[in-house]
Design a protein around this ligand. Structure first.
Ligand SMILES: Cc1cc2nc3c(=O)[nH]c(=O)nc-3n(C[C@H](O)[C@H](O)[C@H](O)COP(=O)(O)OP(=O)(O)OC[C@H]3O[C@@H](n4cnc5c(N)ncnc54)[C@H](O)[C@@H]3O)c2cc1C
Length: 481
């Protein structure tokens, strides 16, 4: 992969001196050993090199950095918690970029319980936002495995999904306003807290899911929700993915919007978890081919959900939609079940590595997708360990086949393009998307050209050229110009 040619070439000492003067010695990292963690991805599958990591404290400092970079043609890689999974937050290898990390921008600027909004700097860690909302008896519903490290600027730039999309939508639905440093260094003050604003193009939407390619988000106004007053978690055994789709319909019929999370897990991933990650145990005595981990929550004075949930599950059992079910007896048991879900990435690493796909198809076609993809891969790669789990309520599966036991990782890795092609061609035929929530970054850039309509690609390029004419914002990611 090469960086945008307009930014190639190393960065002069004079430019680095100017950047250092903006942030001071505490706001710049230049020691190669200290820079290294910022240049490596979480899964260690992307690395790059930069002469400096800049850590502005304020929007003003961030704007000055971008101004200098725009003037001198230096490319910027914005970075939050560096938990992204597509290589979008890592620099290239040519020392021609700087990383701008928001890790010092940690201010919660305002919490407004009348408007149900919170305004925060881009570098606030997601978990801290959840905690701050909780303290004022509100819920910020974005929740994902990396929530202890990822930052809201990164969540917004990847339009992150997570486990509560079914009920609350993805990050796009949770953002009311943004403050952004544009690619020429100007600050767009768009921190509105309006639910309704029909005054033209909704510019914030371009930066949400924009992967840092159009500007640097410095702050956001977020939507808060009433805190659930009742919550129950169930572990449900099923005989097929088809049954999970039918069960989802049944549960929504019975409990409406109370169904807030609905995760499908294959037995194969549970086996990987139990074998590779200490501290977990099988929730059921009997082994079943598929499981659903479900949360139901309610607000207001509705009271406990235990009885309605038990009744809805009993009805599902009666009509053969499920094989077995148990409701967590305590908050601690519920947390233990969710911990299993959160540790699945670790389980794949422990099993020797997987080739990840973050796909979505219409919910009604999930079973067909799994059947076709499993058959195609098992035929092409005997011994491959099929590994599927995900947010079935959103049609989003993490379909991550693990290498055959007698293959080593380098041999398996070579097959990545072929395996991707097999999986993504099926997704495309079913009317799905090759990236449901992780984004495009570098890992799916070439494939985007194959699967996205040419007119759509051209519209994306037009937007990129117009908002970032010098191509300095995260070049070589998301959109190829
Ligand atoms: C264990 C684990 C579980 C995960 N689970 C989920 C999940 O369930 N759902 C999901 O959607 N994702 C998930 N992810 C992926 C990842 O956590 C999310 O994509 C997260 O939103 C990234 O946030 P970050 O702060 O780490 O961003 P980074 O990795 O630092 O950056 C991601 C992208 O955003 C850009 N960016 C970062 N900050 C800014 C900014 N201020 N302005 C402009 N651009 C910026 C970067 O340039 C890059 O393109 C998971 C990752 C891990 C490691």
């Amino acid at each position: 992969v090469t960086a945008n040619p307009t930014t190639a070439g190393s960065i002069s000492k004079e430019v680095l001196d100017r950047l250092r003067a903006v942030v001071g010695p505490v706001g710049i990292i230049e020691e190669p050993n200290d820079i290294a963690p910022y240049c490596r991805s979480w899964r260690d599958d992307w690395q790059g090199r930069v002469p400096a990591v800049l850590r502005p404290l304020t929007t003003r400092e961030a704007a000055q950095i971008v101004s200098i970079c725009a003037e001198t043609g230096v490319a910027i890689v914005p970075q939050g918690g560096n938990t992204g999974l597509t290589g979008a937050g890592q620099p290239h290898d040519n020392m021609s970029e700087v990383i701008v990390s928001t890790s010092r921008m940690k201010r919660i600027r305002d919490i407004d319980v009348v408007n149900d909004t919170m305004t925060v700097d881009a570098g606030v860690v997601l978990k801290d936002i959840q905690t701050a909302a909780d303290k004022v008896d509100r819920l910020f519903p974005l929740s994902l495995g990396a929530e202890g490290s990822c930052q809201i600027g990164g969540n917004i730039s990847t339009n992150a999904g997570g486990i509560q999309v079914l009920r609350y939508g993805n990050t796009r639905n949770l953002v009311l306003g943004l403050e952004v440093v544009l690619a020429d260094g100007r600050i767009w003050e768009g921190l509105r807290s309006l639910s309704k604003d029909n005054t033209g193009y909704d510019m914030k939407q371009l930066f949400i899911g924009g992967e840092g390619t159009l500007g640097l988000i410095t702050a956001a106004t977020l939507r808060l929700f009433p805190k659930p007053t009742a919550s129950e978690t169930a572990w449900i055994a099923l005989d097929s993915p088809q049954a999970s789709v039918a069960l989802l319909g049944h549960m929504r019929q019975q409990m409406g919007d109370a169904v807030s999370a609905f995760e499908l897990l294959s037995r194969a991933v549970i086996d990987l978890l139990l074998a590779g990650v200490p501290g977990h145990e099988d929730p059921m005595r009997e082994v079943h081919p598929w499981y659903v981990l479900m949360n139901v929550t309610s607000q207001g004075a509705a009271g406990s959900l235990h009885v309605p949930l038990s009744e809805a599950l009993a009805k599902a059992l009666d009509v053969g939609l499920l094989q077995d079910a148990q409701i967590a007896a305590s908050g601690a048991q519920a947390a233990k079940l969710w911990r299993m879900r959160e540790c699945l990435s670790e389980a794949q690493l422990a099993a020797g590595g997987s080739i990840a796909h973050d796909i979505s198809v219409p919910v009604s076609r999930i079973a067909e997708f799994l059947q076709r993809a499993d058959r195609a891969l098992a035929t092409a790669y005997p011994g491959i360990r099929l590994c599927a789990f995900g947010h079935v309520g959103d049609g989003n599966m993490h379909y991550n086949p693990v290498r055959p036991l007698d293959w080593d990782w380098p041999r398996y890795k070579i097959e990545r393009p072929t395996i991707n092609r097999i999986v993504h061609d099926i997704v495309s035929e079913l009317g799905g998307s090759i990236s449901a929530e992780h984004g495009i970054g570098r890992s799916r850039l070439a494939e985007l050209v194959r699967y996205k309509r040419p007119v759509e690609l051209e519209m994306m390029r037009t937007i990129k050229r117009s908002l970032d004419p010098k191509g300095i914002m995260n070049p070589g990611k998301l959109v190829s110009v």
